[in-house]
Design a protein. Structure first.
Length: 435
């Protein structure tokens, strides 16, 4: 398909238009048909004029032969003579005709043979011309009707796309301008459908997100209001007051974490963050992530250890964001592991990727939940106290690194989270900044 460009509509491009080709061919065919018909009519008219002349001469010779046979023979000889008449003969004949009023100024209507030929020829040419133009107009209108039909279909398709979100149900193929227009309308209708579909998805996502946020904030806000009312009444001893304040602090911290995490996910999904990828030690990033959740693990007596991994391995990464992604996965593993258990972090290198695995010996994830655990606010029944945002955030960060995050059951019990990360940055990636 030829591209639509702002260029002069020259003859070469004009000739590539199938409608122009058909129009030119139609006109050329009409010209040749007209020439052929005129040629045929000329032959017919000449034959008819010859026959009329012969009839007239035959009548004259017959009339002369009845009275003067010798003059009739001379007349026939003169008619059959192919030579040119002399000037003297012409002058003599004209003078004789003038005596009877027959001159060059005599109107054709006084000559029956000429008048009959003229009137017959005139009406035949007029009728033929009108009929020819009528036939040509019919084919031109038929040709224009086809083009208008295609243009109307394009207009209807575009109207359906805009008003009813329905893409074109047909295509017009061709090298002409209408083909380019049809292709452009088809692409526009598909993009409008995709855009409207994406807007509807975003609208549904926004409704679900607002509903989830409202649900997540409703409980801690209600708790805070109750504790604040109790504290304002002043009928509580100092020990209970301290407990209430600690509870308020925990709820506020939880609300802050929820808000910041949602903000991070939204900015990642909207491509509002730029990653600064540079070669850095994977061990340092993993160690930083472990330190972040070490206190939470210690409260449950859980040990996090690095096992059988190449400590000198480096990859292109945004250390801040990748450490946060690993920390969120570790936090999820700690929350779903029993006390005094062990979590193992290990990685291996392939020619193109690095596979980092976080293995816990916790309660595991049932098969039906695996496709959904990376959805926002998705929680497995009885699976810890999280709100279902850590894993979606980790997944978004890993995908911005050009990798992917997957989950699988651990044959020995628990879950294996696998981060697959490219050794080198992908060309489409652009520099990540901190919040």
């Amino acid at each position: 398909m030829e591209r639509i460009e702002k260029s002069k509509l020259g003859m070469a491009r004009l000739w590539r238009d199938p409608y122009i080709k058909k129009l030119v061919l139609l006109l050329v065919a009409a010209i040749f048909v007209a020439i052929a018909l005129l040629w045929i009519y000329g032959l017919y008219s000449t034959e008819r004029l010859k026959q009329s002349w012969l009839d007239k001469e035959s009548a004259m010779i017959g009339s002369i032969a009845s009275t003067r046979p010798e003059l009739a023979n001379e007349w026939v000889r003169l008619l059959s003579d192919s030579g040119q008449p002399t000037v003297q003969e012409l002058e003599s004949g004209r003078k004789l005709l003038e005596e009877y009023g027959i001159t060059s100024e005599l109107e054709a209507r006084w000559l029956p043979a000429i008048e009959h030929y003229r009137s017959h020829t005139l009406w035949t040419l007029i009728s033929g011309t009108v009929l020819g133009f009528a036939i040509l107009a019919y084919f031109l209108l038929r040709h224009a009707r086809r083009q208008l039909f295609d243009i109307r279909n394009l207009a209807v398709a575009l109207d359906d796309t805009v008003k009813h979100n329905q893409p074109m149900k047909f295509r017009i193929y061709g090298e002409g301008e209408l083909g380019l227009l049809a292709n452009g309308v088809q692409e526009l209708s598909l993009r409008l459908k995709e855009t409207i579909g994406q807007l509807n998805q975003d609208k549904d996502f926004m409704k679900e997100t607002v509903a989830d946020i409202s649900h997540q904030l409703k409980t801690p806000l209600a708790s805070l209001m109750i504790y604040i009312d109790l504290l304002r009444e002043g009928n509580i001893d100092s020990q209970h007051s301290k407990e209430f304040l600690d509870t308020c602090k925990r709820e506020l911290d939880r609300m802050e974490w929820l808000t910041l995490t949602l903000l991070k996910i939204a900015r990642l999904e909207a491509d509002a963050l730029e990653m600064s990828l540079k070669s850095a030690s994977l061990l340092a990033t993993v160690t930083s992530a472990i330190e972040t959740i070490q206190r939470l693990a210690a409260e449950k007596g859980i040990t996090i250890e690095i096992e059988h991994s190449d400590e000198s391995l480096s990859l292109y990464q945004d250390s801040h964001w990748l450490a946060e992604a690993i920390a969120n996965v570790l936090k999820n593993a700690v929350e779903h592991s029993p006390e005094k258990s062990r979590i193992t972090v290990t990685w291996e290198r392939t020619p193109v990727f690095i596979r980092l695995r976080i293995i816990d010996r916790g309660f595991g994830i049932e098969e039906q939940h695996l496709p959904h655990i990376f959805k926002k606010f998705y929680r497995v029944s009885g699976g810890g106290h999280g709100v279902g945002l850590g894993l979606p955030l980790s997944k978004s960060i890993v995908e911005r690194h050009g990798g992917m995050l997957t989950a699988a059951p651990n044959p020995k019990g628990g879950t294996i989270m696998t981060m697959t990360l490219p050794l080198n940055p992908l060309p489409i990636e652009s520099p990540l900044t901190n919040l």
